[in-house]
Design a protein around this ligand. Structure first.
Ligand SMILES: [Fe+2]
Ligand SMILES: [Fe+2]
Length: 476
């Protein structure tokens, strides 16, 4: 009796602590991992799998199953135990798996694992919205009982609420990300000479912020502010922006106005609290630490650290970008010389040193480091409107980098075409718009190798990809 009371108390404590942790958790993967670990601990089971409901495809997929030898399981609703639980929204408690008509023994046969008993419960948000299924397998020393079932049901409804919360945050982030990026692209599209400028500055800035060991939030703020830094150029006339020769003092003043315009435009946007500093940072990218910059003439410690980073990346990118009508592109060492010469006047000396020491300017090389992989991919050529199942092509990525991937195909892909792409990395997936850079015959007859470059990858997916790439050794 004492034992039961003690274990009830322990379970309640676990549920309380998990609830607290779940409310605070903003990363889906870590949240699922917590749900997984706590389920195993509270129910004393050997294995646990968390299935999430993929609304687009009306199927379940296993996001966290670190114990399984199989990387990912996909189940149509109604199929298998978890599929039945998802479709009926009812729990299923099975004392002997092999006696159950829902049990599919294939995985056990493949992996040599022996499933005995299973407790599978739906994760329902607000009582009825299907979020996924928690499956607990092989209770140690006994079978599952009604108490286990009600415990896991309680647990699953808390988990469902927390998952929906994080998903909603991700949807909101995805929205903000797409707005910010399309802003950046609009500026870059203003002139063919500055095409890709904001994007490249943002890439340097992201790597810079990471090298400084800043938090994820700061890295995101820096990246978005960099994408938006020149948004004020919308207010400058083409004739001045594109002028090939020297600018008159009035024209130069007008160009300088873009920094203040950036501030005005961004101030009009109601950024969420964690991104509130973006207008101030983005509009300070021409401030100098000796106070000689614009639009305000701020001095060293009045300038936000992230604005100082953007300022270095911005100048370096402009100097080394391809030839402008008014001057030739500088070599890397010439551009670094300019940064060094202006240390202490325009730029923060420590940050310039770091930019050089850590070779942050070598972003291009970094981007093209590739890893050898074997990952499932799905693609749709020229994605427009509603995609039908039969239009989805499937293949395997052969290698992958931060900038794109290579895969083998039975068909020829026209170069420059855009592809809607999903890359399935373990326990996660990355959605991108990608462009066919090249397509050539492989050694095997009838096979082609296709090189894709990511044309549009959200900040969230960039981070995911980077986390994944960091875990695996590069191949050069
Ligand atoms: Fe600027
Ligand atoms: Fe710029």
């Amino acid at each position: 009796m004492k034992d039961i009371i003690y274990s009830d108390k322990a379970n309640l404590e676990t549920i309380f602590s998990l609830t607290r942790a779940m409310i605070e958790e903003k990363d889906l993967y870590s949240l699922l991992r917590q749900i997984h670990d706590q389920t195993k601990q509270v129910l004393q089971v050997d294995r646990c799998t968390i299935f999430l409901f993929d609304r687009d495809r009306n199927e379940l997929w296993s996001w966290v199953s670190p114990d399984l030898e199989i990387e990912e399981i996909r189940l149509p609703l109604g199929q298998g135990i978890a599929g039945w639980v998802a479709a009926s929204k009812e729990a299923l408690m099975i004392a002997n798996a092999f006696d159950s008509p829902f049990f599919d023994p294939t995985w056990d046969q493949k992996t040599g694992y022996c499933t005995n008993n299973i407790l599978s419960v739906p994760m329902l948000a607000r009582g009825s919205e299907l979020v996924g299924v928690i499956e607990a397998i092989n209770k140690q020393g006994s079978n599952f009982n009604d108490y286990d079932r009600s415990l896991l049901m309680t647990f699953a409804s808390l988990a469902a609420a927390a998952i929906r919360d994080v998903e909603r945050d991700m949807e909101r982030e995805k929205f903000i990300d797409s707005v910010v990026r399309s802003f950046g692209e609009t500026i870059d599209a203003r002139s063919e000479f500055t095409a890709g400028h904001s994007q490249r500055v943002a890439t340097y800035v992201r790597n810079f912020a990471q090298a400084l060991g800043l938090s994820n939030r700061e890295i995101k703020v820096a990246y978005y502010a960099a994408l938006l830094h020149d948004v004020g150029k919308i207010g400058i006339k083409d004739a001045i922006l594109e002028k090939p020769g020297r600018l008159t003092p009035e024209e130069y003043q007008s160009i300088k106005d873009h920094a203040a315009y950036t501030r005005n435009i961004l101030n009009a946007i109601d950024f969420p609290d964690d991104l509130k500093e973006i207008p101030q940072i983005a509009s300070s990218h021409h401030e100098q630490i000796d106070g000689g910059g614009y639009p305000v003439g701020l001095k060293d410690n009045q300038i936000h650290k992230l604005a100082k980073i953007i300022s270095i990346a911005d100048v370096y990118e402009s100097l080394t970008a391809r030839d402008r009508p008014y001057r030739k592109a500088m070599s890397i060492s010439e551009a670094l010389e300019v940064l060094i010469r202006n240390k202490g006047t325009c730029f923060d000396p420590n940050l310039v040193d770091l930019f050089i020491e850590k070779r942050i300017y070598h972003t291009e090389l970094r981007i093209h480091k590739r890893i050898s992989v074997d990952l499932a991919i799905e693609y749709v050529l020229d994605p427009e409107g509603q995609v039908k199942e039969e239009q989805i092509g499937r293949g395997r990525a052969l290698n992958l980098s931060q900038s794109g991937l290579l895969f083998s195909s039975d068909i020829i892909f026209p170069t420059h075409k855009l592809i809607g792409l999903t890359v399935y990395i373990p326990n996660d997936r990355i959605e991108a718009l990608a462009q066919v850079v090249w397509c050539r015959e492989a050694e095997l007859p009838g096979k082609f190798q296709v090189g894709l470059r990511f044309a549009d990858l959200s900040f969230h997916d960039q981070q995911k990809l980077q986390r994944y790439l960091q875990k695996i050794p590069t191949i050069g």
